[in-house]
Design a protein around this ligand. Structure first.
Ligand code: KIV
Ligand code: ZN
Length: 392
């Protein structure tokens, strides 16, 4: 059976925590509008108690983007009344508003960060949920640093906040400390108990990429019962970033027999969303980044280019068109073969060269390719133009 996994986008909250990535209200609205076109189920629009500007931006997004049933608008609150009030006052304009509360469960957070006892923190969380429930029916509770928490205390917290009315339980790997097998096992254990406690509660995960495992951990969680995953466009976020939305979505789509799941993401909107976020936030996507990197669909080895021209699936597991790109790119270099150069010439209108004509041009190409790192279409034009008279 194929089940739906909900996509919660936190580009405008966790993603915006990247130094220098701050957006103005108009830009946030633009990103939120595009996220809706992309088909995300939840948009975390900000942290309204952090500043008046953030409060206003969340309110604007709730009003203008949250005006339809198909998307939930949420914002983050610490487990304190003033934060919860700020979230409620800013998101209440949305058709589907959700209050998101975060409070740590690891000994490090409880004892060192808050200097409190476990019982005190658990009660604080329960009180926060009870208060939020007086404002809205939908409340998400995040057990910050869950992956480094004592399991029984983590479970006691989950049980108590679910009994207090939490409708979504979010398990964060806050510092990217988990690895796939252990995170999958953690989600499995929580899921088994949660189903018995209240099978209507949504189990969610939120991973960070400090050890480069955010996507793998999120996918392991999906295999072990997570119904909802939190991620950002291009994987931006605090420190090494969050789980990358496009990686998780395309992994699920590419390997249906493994994940047995689908999302509502309109994958053709992925590239456009990636470019918008990157341009507005001024954060370049690393060239070899999976799915949205400039080289993700560019092939430069002659052997690969030859193989692709014979059969795309030789070196391509995802069609570039699926994420909204025109086509794959064959990067011509000194390692490119005759087949790739011929195909590039064809694309720029020189598809009917004789073998002799092509040989002359190919020799010239190799000479230029030896001097330059990459040969572009305009270089090919120059080569052809140089030989035009001879070709005529
Ligand atoms: O990383 C984290 O724990 C968070 C929570 C607010 C979910 O961002
Ligand atoms: Zn986070």
């Amino acid at each position: 059976m194929v089940r739906n996994v909900s996509i919660f986008d936190t580009t405008l909250r966790d993603g915006e925590q990247v130094p220098g990535a701050k957006l103005n209200m108009k830009e946030k609205l633009e990103v939120a509008t595009q996220l809706k076109h992309l088909g995300v189920d939840f948009i975390e629009a900000g942290f309204p108690s952090s500043s008046t500007g953030d409060f206003q931006a969340v309110k604007e997004i709730a009003t203008k983007v949250g005006n339809s049933e198909d998307v939930v608008i949420t914002a983050l609150a610490r487990a304190v009344k003033s934060d919860i009030d700020a979230v409620y006052e800013s998101i209440k304009y949305a058709k589907n508003p959700l209050i998101h509360i975060v409070l740590g469960t690891s000994d490090i957070h409880v004892e060192k960060k808050f200097g409190k006892s476990k019982d005190e923190i658990l009660s604080k969380g329960v009180e926060a949920v009870k208060y939020a429930k007086t404002l809205l029916p939908d409340v998400q509770y995040s057990t910050e640093d869950a992956s480094r928490s004592d399991f029984e205390y983590l479970w006691n917290t989950i049980e108590a906040v679910v009994k207090a009315g939490a409708t979504i339980i979010n398990i964060p790997d806050t510092v990217g400390f988990a690895e796939p097998e252990e995170f999958g096992h953690l989600i499995y254990r929580i899921n088994q108990r949660l189903i018995n406690l209240n099978d209507q509660v949504i189990l969610s995960v939120h991973c960070h990429n400090d050890l480069g495992m955010a996507t793998a951990n999120t996918l392991a969680a999906i295999k072990n019962g997570a119904d909802k995953v939190e991620c950002t466009i291009n994987g931006i976020g605090e420190r090494a970033g969050n789980t990358s939305l496009e990686e998780v979505v395309m992994a699920i789509k590419t390997k249906p027999s493994i994940y047995k799941a689908e999302t509502k993401i309109v994958t053709k909107e992925i590239m456009k969303t990636s470019k918008l976020v990157s341009n507005l936030m001024g954060i370049e996507v690393q060239p070899n980044k999976a799915i949205t990197g400039e080289n993700a669909f560019a092939h430069s080895s002659g052997i690969h280019q030859d193989g692709l021209l014979k059969s795309r699936d030789a070196y391509e597991i995802i069609s570039p068109k699926d994420i909204g790109l025109d086509d794959m790119e064959l990067v011509l270099t000194a390692r490119s073969g005759r087949h790739a150069v011929k195909s590039a010439l064809q694309r720029i209108g020189f598809g009917s060269l004789t073998d002799d004509q092509f040989t002359v041009i190919f020799d010239d190409f190799l000479e230029i390719a030896d001097q330059k790192k990459e040969v572009y279409s305009h270089d090919l034009y120059t080569i052809v133009a140089r030989h035009l008279k001879n070709l005529a």
